[in-house]
Write a protein that binds this ligand. Structure first.
Ligand SMILES: [Zn+2]
Length: 407
């Protein structure tokens, strides 16, 4: 039996980025290298797969959402950028501890407005165009902000770590929309709701500049929560799963569970069921086997891997890159700052290669991808990719796979 794949943050040091090919250290050089990467013939080292060897799969991370106003987990030196003492909540802690859940939901309640207002940025729309041009067939993302599916609903996206747009009940596994939950939280926590209204009025949530937002007293992390030192988290209340409240289930060992609520409907700690959690894979939680397999399937059906805005700090993402490397897929990395174990992805490249076998660029995706798309359009290479009918057919198959796996 395979080991479950757990989401664990990596806190080790990251190597300094080593630009490949060497002239990819300017915007012009970087665009040329990526253009070569995307348009090169399939690698002679590519192992047989079932997909199209000319297709690219993108693996994205928090770095591509920075331009949407969401902070990155890590700075360029590998430290937590937003708040050095920030530590994400762990799954076991969330399940076991009512106080930890209050703190989580209080921060999430305040952070949701900001996340909800944030929108996909030029990187997401450049990816959409790369999909329309036939270069990119699939996206695997570690991001939980839903920006990929908003920006390019027709380009299949596999959300490796789930999504914040819904909650899931840990007892009955039914989903609930995050928007509806936000209204329940506001109703149960009027003082917090008033604070949030003030924060919105002060403009702390209006700016997309993390420094300005911080200056106005608010910090947001990529999982959509806000950090407020000294806030009375123990006063925060959250509701149970409405289904488990109405029909308390019988547990696996035949015991009748109970869902207790206070006079206004907030979950009480005497309950034995009905805890809602965000539909994200929390740190310390295992990725569902069907999602892990779907991600591997996407890698095995592609000819090259383009890694965008991630240091591959989580093992679940890093091992997909390793799988691609082991399949002989050329790897491109566009990320500001070091990437976990990146030397291993490029160690056997010829110095003379111009991007066809591998690319490493130490820049932000929003500075490069829109211009890359323009250059590819000018070169007219899209027609050649678009005209192959087998691509369209395969795209539709891939789309079904990704969506089925996640439904
Ligand atoms: Zn439930």
């Amino acid at each position: 039996m395979q080991r479950p794949l757990m989401r664990i943050p990596y806190t080790g040091p990251l190597p300094p980025p080593n630009t490949i090919p060497r002239n990819a250290n300017t915007i012009t050089g970087a665009i040329a290298a990526l253009s070569t990467f995307l348009t090169a013939p399939p690698s002679p080292f590519l192992q047989d797969g079932f997909g199209d060897p000319t297709s690219t799969v993108i693996l994205s991370g928090a770095g591509i959402s920075v331009a949407s106003g969401l902070a990155d987990y890590r700075g360029t030196k590998g430290t937590y950028r937003v708040n050095k003492t920030y530590r994400p909540i762990y799954y076991h802690e969330f399940l076991a501890n009512h106080e930890a859940r209050k703190r989580y939901w209080a921060r999430s309640f305040l952070g949701w407005t900001n996340l909800h207002k944030a929108k996909p940025n030029v990187t997401h729309y450049a990816i959409k165009t790369l999909g329309q041009m036939g270069f990119v067939r699939n996206v695997i993302t570690q991001n939980v902000d839903s920006f990929h599916s908003i920006a390019h609903p027709d380009l299949p996206t596999l959300e490796l770590h789930g999504f914040l747009r819904a909650l899931i009940c840990v007892t009955c596994h039914r989903e609930l929309a995050r928007d509806d939950f936000q209204e329940s939280l506001a109703r149960l926590n009027p003082v917090w709701a008033a604070f949030l209204t003030d924060a919105v009025a002060s403009g702390a949530l209006d700016t997309e500049n993390p420094d300005e937002r911080r200056a106005r007293g608010m910090k947001t992390n990529p999982d959509g929560d806000v950090d407020l030192p000294g806030a009375p988290y123990h006063t925060f209340r959250y509701p149970p799963c409405p289904h488990c409240l109405a029909n308390p289930p019988i547990s696996g060992d035949g015991v009748q569970s109970k869902v207790d609520i206070d006079h206004e409907g907030a979950w009480k700690s005497t309950s034995t069921a009905g805890i809602l959690k965000p539909s994200v894979v929390m740190f310390g939680e295992s990725i569902a086997p069907r999602v892990k397999e779907a991600a591997e399937h996407v890698i095995d059906g592609s000819g090259r891997l383009l890694i965008l805005g991630t240091s591959l700090a989580t093992y679940s993402a890093w091992r997909l890159a390793r799988r691609a490397k082991e399949r002989g897929m050329p790897i491109g990395i566009l990320n500001l700052g070091g990437v976990r174990g990146e030397d291993a992805f490029f160690q056997d490249l010829l110095v003379s290669q111009q991007g066809e076998s591998g690319v490493r660029i130490d820049m932000g995706t929003d500075k490069i991808l829109p211009d890359l798309v323009d250059q590819l359009k000018r070169n007219g290479v899209s027609d050649q990719h678009r005209s192959d009918p087998s691509h369209a057919e395969e795209r539709s198959i891939n789309s079904r796979i990704s969506k089925d796996m996640l439904s």
